[in-house]
Design a protein around this ligand. Structure first.
Ligand code: MSP
Length: 525
């Protein structure tokens, strides 16, 4: 029986190019939380997908001489393939061009229309197609040619004054309710720096939001007004609901059981959509609001935000070829503090790989399984009662509390460090206890058995805690220790209690989990 439901989402990514390290970053983070909360006994929904409508996609398709739908269909596999390569175990992948999304979007906005939250009016103003965002003139910057440019992507913005009548959502009426909501729900926007930005933005006053366009047709039709399609954000945000069954009569009970969810993981550039527009939409619909929007930082390469369009966007698969999928996941989760910007480089990746994975974790598994083979014919020794008191157990006994507290803060770096602390301590324990010396003295056979049992037991526990980060490696370690399928663990707290490794099970040595990498022999980042 699951403890309850738990839900997390990534942004619904624009399908204008294949995913790069930045988009993969959010997706790996969502997967890490998903896997952890499953091990904690929750029934987890993990929604991701592709944002396929809007001007940007229509223009990208045109540049490629394709219809928008053909373009989207040709690129969607790049996302599902990348997530497969990264071992992403999402539960729902929503393409916004699917029929179920059309049904959900029309249902949601139809209800807001009926309730009087929408009105029709002429729209005039600045729009950035790349960001699919409206800007007030006061927010714009100017380039060297004196043109107004987007404050986010720095591309020239367009003045849209077609005289077209658009549907508007009365966002301005939500200022007080939003501020009260932020006050009552201090965890809604995290980290706190983003919260402060949003609060001061909302305090500055809100404009109503245009949610439909009639100047182009690549979007979901507005059902009550022919010729209008929904604004791409008014469409994409609804995918969070579609993924868990909203708008589908057969999944109504599922949706009711799953919504509201715990987390939207998003980049800091799209927090306004998620922390201002989205909760106001949900308030207008009378629906509960997601517990937390977590706005993470940017991955920087050579000091610049990495992005597809700047051409400095690397493909995850390139790095997976060098490091393997688990080390890839571990690096981004452990070395780039979630919530902060983080510089990444090949040199640093190699450093972390060699220190944490090759020298600490991989080395530990191989030396301990080797000694088990050498001194106990490859079987887990029976530990004497005296061995139960040991320095590893002391750390292991408090590890769940430390690790879980970090995960609750979405502090992947802290969680990984807590586990590494135990792994390093086991390596030190091996040095201190010198099993090779104990093995020479038959009178100390019990002591030797105790030391190796403790090391193997610590390895079992570390594998459990590292499983959300590195699922394949942990599954392999469990296999080598003759244990069952780690993916079936649904109570990590209980599973990591000391002393559960059964004696006399055959242990396998296997290939090194993380062969050392040589920084001088790697491709350029
Ligand atoms: N389609 C919208 C989201 C709609 S959600 C209802 C969108 N798509 S996107 O493809 O542009 O996704 C961008 C996501 O990737 C954002 O969360 C953004 O912050 C993140 N990243 C893009 N470049 C990034 C880095 N260099 N580093 C980390 N994340 C970055 O916005």
């Amino acid at each position: 029986m699951a403890k309850g439901t738990f839900g997390v989402t990534t942004p619904i990514y624009y399908i204008n190019a294949a995913p790069h390290l930045g988009t993969a970053y959010t997706t790996v983070a969502a997967d890490t939380i998903t896997r952890y909360q499953r091990m904690n006994g929750y029934d987890v929904s993990f929604v991701t997908g592709t944002d396929e409508h809007g001007q940007k996609i229509a223009e990208t398709a045109e540049k490629n001489a394709m219809t928008p739908q053909a373009w989207c269909d040709s690129l969607a596999p790049a996302f599902t393939d990348a997530w497969k390569t990264l071992n992403i175990d999402y539960t729902n992948f929503v393409r916004t061009t699917e029929d179920r999304q059309t049904r959900a979007v029309q249902k949601f906005w139809g209800a807001l229309h009926d309730a009087g939250w929408l009105y029709k009016s002429a729209y005039e103003g600045w729009y950035c197609v790349h960001e699919e965002t409206y800007y007030a003139e006061s927010d714009l910057e100017k380039n060297d040619d004196g043109e107004f440019v987007c404050p986010d992507c720095k591309r020239p913005v367009r003045y849209e004054a077609s005289g077209e009548e658009n549907w508007f959502f009365k966002l301005s009426e939500f200022q007080d309710r939003l501020l009260a909501f932020y006050d009552e729900h201090p965890d809604f926007i995290r980290p706190v720096t983003r919260r402060n930005e949003i609060v001061s933005f909302v305090k500055g006053g809100l404009n109503d939001l245009s949610i439909s366009r009639s100047s182009f047709d690549w979007g979901i039709p507005v059902p009550w007004d022919e010729g209008h399609v929904f604004y791409v954000w008014a469409d994409a945000l609804i995918a969070y609901l579609t993924g868990i069954g909203y708008g589908d009569d057969e999944r109504e009970a599922e949706f009711d059981g799953r919504w509201p969810i715990q987390y939207h993981f998003v980049g800091k550039d799209i927090t306004r959509f998620h922390c201002v527009i989205w909760p106001a939409m949900l308030m207008a619909a009378g629906m509960p609001i997601t517990h937390t929007v977590f706005g993470h930082g940017f991955l920087l390469t050579k000091g610049e935000k990495m992005s597809k369009s700047k051409g400095n966007g690397l493909m995850p698969a390139d790095l997976v070829k060098v490091f393997g999928v688990d080390a890839y996941r571990y690096y981004f989760m452990s070395d780039v503090q979630f919530g902060h910007d983080g510089s990444i480089s090949m040199e640093r990746m190699v450093q972390v790989y060699n220190a944490d994975l090759a020298n600490t974790w991989g080395n530990l598994v191989s030396r301990v399984t080797n000694m088990t083979t050498k001194y106990f014919e490859g079987r887990v020794p029976e530990a004497p009662a005296a061995a139960a008191e040991n320095p590893l157990r002391e750390i292991a006994d408090t590890l769940y509390a430390d690790y879980d507290a970090c995960m609750a803060e979405v502090d992947f770096t802290g969680a990984a460090a807590a586990v590494q602390k135990l792994a390093s301590r086991v390596n030190l324990y091996v040095e201190e206890s010198a099993p090779w010396a104990l093995a020479k003295d038959p009178a100390r056979a019990d002591e030797l058995a105790g030391v190796l049992y403790n090391c193997l037991e610590a390895i079992r526990i570390i594998a459990l805690y590292l499983a959300p980060f590195m699922p394949n490696t942990s599954a392999e370690v469990f296999r080598r220790l003759g244990l069952g399928d780690i993916a079936e663990v649904t109570d990590i707290k209980e599973a990591t209690a000391w002393g559960q490794l059964p004696a006399s099970v055959a242990v396998e040595v296997g290939e090194p989990l993380f062969p050392r990498l040589d920084v001088d022999n790697l491709p350029e980042l």
